[in-house]
Design a protein. Structure first.
Length: 277
């Protein structure tokens, strides 16, 4: 595993800032509604930019806006610097959301080195789908989300999981043909789109509590918020959103919890760090 020093981490964050700026440019030009979310939104409110130890950035859009963004990338994305990956256009891509990546970089998460697609520095672009209004149905919906998450993760989990029995299970799960899994997931997305409720979620990401979703209205109304000296769209009712997700979000976590994702190789402009294995 590569230990990211402060200089490398900061340069990684600045590359991700480039990617955020490109998302913002496309969305504003094409009138696509998005929000910075999660740790990126927390960083904007608490630090005015990246959380000092954070190594990623996240944006989210309601599913209809996400589909418009995917289409816009075909004509509006600066292809000389960036590329967009999703399940529809990237062979072997096993995540239920998109990634915008920087060309001429390399960013390999540990145990994902074997994935059969290009892996530059990225930010996640999440679609938000509606979940059932009825709580019992939402619990069932959450269990289906859990299963899809595990099936998509299985290609990495068969290598990374520390438990032998789980590596065996993930190995079997990873043998489900990619086309079958993706077709099934598309049907699940379609089912989620049929009825609008007051709750949404990222289908292949866990939720922070047993509500199994977030208030849809939080993502519908935005404000311009400063992040690393630039303006991006963020959730207007950020206090309720951040409290819901993080609790007392203005309190810094213990140093033992300030961790980055395990990385085996990172290549930025003019520098390379590799795992020595």
């Amino acid at each position: 595993m590569v230990e990211l020093d402060q200089n490398t981490l900061r340069r990684l964050q600045m590359t991700e800032l480039e990617l955020l700026t490109e998302v913002d440019r496309i969305c504003r030009k094409c009138h696509i509604h998005y929000n910075i979310i999660a740790g990126t939104m927390l960083g904007a409110v608490r630090h005015g930019g990246f959380i000092p130890w954070d190594d990623d950035a996240d944006v989210a859009m309601l599913r209809s806006e996400y589909e418009r963004f995917c289409e816009a990338c075909k004509t509006e994305l600066n292809q000389s610097k960036f590329y967009f990956q999703d399940q529809d256009h990237t062979q072997g891509y096993r995540w239920g959301y998109g990634k915008l990546r920087r060309r001429n970089t390399l960013f390999l998460r540990e145990h994902q080195e074997h994935m059969p697609y290009e892996q530059g520095v990225f930010i996640d672009v999440f679609p938000l789908d509606y979940v059932p209004k009825n709580y019992l149905l939402r619990c069932l919906h959450n269990f289906i989300c859990f299963l899809y998450r595990k099936f998509f993760w299985s290609e990495a989990g068969r290598i990374s999981d520390k438990r032998a029995y789980m590596r065996v299970l993930y190995s079997f799960m990873s043998k489900v043909p990619e086309k079958v899994l993706k077709k099934s997931f598309k049907w699940f997305i379609w089912k989620s789109k049929r009825k609008k409720s007051g709750w949404v979620r990222i289908l292949t990401f866990p939720t922070p509590n047993r509500f199994y979703g977030y208030r849809a209205r939080w993502y519908e109304k935005s404000i311009d918020i400063r992040f690393e000296g630039r303006m991006f769209l963020g959730i207007r009712d950020y206090d309720k959103y951040l409290t819901f997700k993080f609790g007392n979000y203005m309190e810094l976590p213990p140093k033992s919890e300030r961790k980055v994702h395990p990385v085996s190789c990172i290549v930025l402009a003019g520098a390379t760090q590799k795992d020595g294995r």
